[in-house]
Design a protein around this ligand. Sequence first.
Ligand code: T46
Length: 134
Amino acid sequence: MDVNFINFQSHGDQRGSLVSIERNKNIPFDVRRIYYIFDTKSGVHRGFHAHKKLKQIAVVLKGSCRFILDNGSEKVDLLLDSAEKGLLIESFIWREMYQFSEDCILLVIADSEYDEDDYIRNYDEFKSAVLSNI
Ligand code: T46
């Protein structure tokens, strides 16, 4: 399956690095929400859902974690370990995150406000929804 990474330009100098994320400039949507996941306990797996409409970009600000993305027929297993690389996650993609390093800070930029009704948290339901969308 296709995976879309967005490379964020880092404005680095002798002081360190700075990345700027600006709507409709280096991300393909208007930002409506950001959240971040940190202090994840060892061995924890998160996610296990898809979204009906939501589009998001995930970027690890510190440390690393892995994402499994599944479009209902194919899966990819990706390592996120760079603050200069955003993973674009479209709607109707089942996701699982795991192998969080102890220091991992995972920032997620979303195109909509939080809405529990947008979640598909049952894998069989996800598969049927994908099939009926084809
Ligand atoms: C996703 C992956 C990458 C809120 O109240 N507001 C929010 O904006 C979010 C994202 C969550 N919550 C509440 C809902 C739950 O009671 O925070 C709790 C943990 O959320 P959840 O179990 O959905 O977390 P993850 O890590 O499984 O999934 C999250 C996002 O929910 C999801 O959209 O794509 O991160």
